[in-house]
Write a protein that binds this ligand. Structure first.
Ligand code: EPU
Length: 302
C-alpha cells in the first residue's frame, strides 16, 4: 500500500515521523519473506496518538512492526502499511536494580548491557532474536525463564483509549508465549526489575545457554524461531521429528534438519510456500497424535 496523499504526507512529516516508500518486508523479517508496502518510522512516542489519528481518519490499515523475528508476512503488494519505532539512544537506563528499556531496543543487547552492570536473570534470553517490545508482547522465554517475570511497569499506546498508558506488572498476565495485552496495543517501553548477580556469573549462564542453543537450533539460517507453540506437556519439535519430517519442504520452505519446530527459508521461499508447509505439518501431527498445533509465529496475510 502506498501513501500518496500530499496533505497526509506533510502532516506525517510535521509529526517528525519518517515516511519510507515501497520497502520490502523480506528485509525486515528474520525469515526473509514478505511483500512490499510503506513504512512510517516513529522517533518520539509523543507523535503516536497524532499519527494514529491521521491514519484512522483516513481509514488507512496499519500494523506495528517490531524486530520481525517471529513474523511471517504475505507476498506481493501488501494491503496495509507498517509503523515502527526508531531505535533510541542511549539504549538502557539503569537505576539500582531497575532497567528502563525502550521497546525498540534489541533483546540480546539489553541482556548484555544489564550484565555489565551486574544485573542478571535474563541469561536464557540471550540468543532470542528480536526487540524488547516483541519479547514483551509474546512473553518470550527460554531455558526456564520468561521476560514477564521481571516486568515492573510497561508503557504502551492503548488502541482502546488512544492514549499512552503505564501498566504495572501485576496488571498484566504473562503466560506461556501469551500475554493479556490487547492485539492492537503498541509496546513503547518497559521497566525491568532484575536480580543482582556478578558479571562473571551472568556471563557463565549466557555461555551455557548459547552452547545449548547452538547445539540444537539452526542459528545461521533464516527462520522465525519455533513455528508452533508446545502443547501442554509435549514438544512440537519432537513430534514433528518423530514423524520423519526433518528436511520436508514446499519450494524453498523447509523443516530444519537440526530442530524440527524451526522452518527455514532455504533460498527464495515465498509466504505461500511457508504457509502450505505449516498447514501440511500441522495436519500430519494432528492425524498422528490427535493434537492440533497452535502457531507461535505471527502471520500477517497479504
Ligand atoms: N527434540 C527432538 N527433535 C527436534 C527438536 C527437539 O527430538 O527436532 C526433542 C529434544 O531432544 C528435547 C525436546 O524435544 O528432548 C525439547 O526440545 P528443546 O529443548 O529444543 O525445546 P523445545 O521445546 O523444542 C523450547 C522453546 C524454544 C526454546 C527452547 C529452550 C517453544 C515452542 N520452544 O523449544 O523457544 O529456545 O525450548 O528453552 O516453546 C521459540 O519460542 O521460538 C523458541 C525457539
Amino acid at each position: 500500500m502506498r501513501l500518496e496523499d500530499r496533505q497526509l504526507l506533510a502532516a506525517i512529516e510535521g509529526l517528525n515521523v519518517e515516511h519510507q516508500s515501497g520497502i520490502s518486508l523480506s528485509e525486515y523479517t528474520s525469515l526473509g519473506i514478505g511483500g512490499t508496502t510503506d513504512l512510517l518510522l516513529i522517533r518520539k512516542h509523543e507523535s503516536i496518538p497524532g499519527l494514529l489519528q491521521l491514519l484512522d481518519d483516513r481509514k488507512i490499515p496499519h500494523k506495528f512492526l517490531g524486530g520481525g523475528s517471529n513474523l511471517l508476512v504475505g507476498d506481493g503488494e501488501l494491503p496495509w502499511i507498517v509503523v515502527q519505532l526508531a531505535r533510541p539512544e542511549p539504549d538502557v537506563v539503569l537505576e539500582g536494580n531497575s532497567a528502563h528499556v525502550d521497546a525498540a531496543d534489541d533483546l540480546g543487547r539489553t541482556v548484555t548491557d544489564c550484565a555489565k552492570h551486574d544485573l542478571g536473570g535474563m541469561e536464557g534470553l540471550i540468543g532470542v532474536p528480536g526487540t524488547i517490545g516483541g519479547a514483551l508482547r509474546m512473553n518470550a522465554g527460554a531455558y526456564g525463564m520468561q521476560i514477564g517475570s521481571y516486568v515492573r511497569e510497561v508503557k504502551l499506546f492503548s488502541a482502546a483509549t488512544r492514549t499512552i498508558e503505564i501498566l504495572r506488572g501485576d496488571q498484566i498476565s504473562f503466560e506461556y508465549r501469551h500475554t493479556s495485552f490487547p492485539p492492537d496495543d503498541m509496546m513503547l517501553a518497559v521497566t525491568l526489575e532484575l536480580p543482582s548477580k556478578s558479571y562473571q556469573e551472568i556471563i557463565q549462564g549466557i555461555r551455557i545457554c548459547n552452547e545449548k542453543r547452538r547445539a540444537s537450533q539452526p542459528l545461521g539460517q533464516k527462520s522465525a524461531g519455533c513455528v508452533f507453540k508446545n502443547p501442554p506437556g509435549a514438544s512440537a519439535g519432537r513430534m514433528i521429528d518423530e514423524l520423519g519430517l526433518k528436511g520436508f519442504s514446499v519450494g524453498d520452505a523447509r523443516v530444519s534438519d537440526r530442530h524440527a519446530n524451526f522452518f527455514v527459508n532455504a533460498g527464495k521461499a515465498s509466504a505461500k510456500d511457508m504457509l502450505s508447509l505449516i498447514a501440511d505439518v500441522r495436519d500430519r501431527v494432528e492425524r498422528a497424535y490427535g493434537v492440533k498445533l497452535e502457531n507461535e509465529v505471527v502471520v500477517w496475510h497479504a
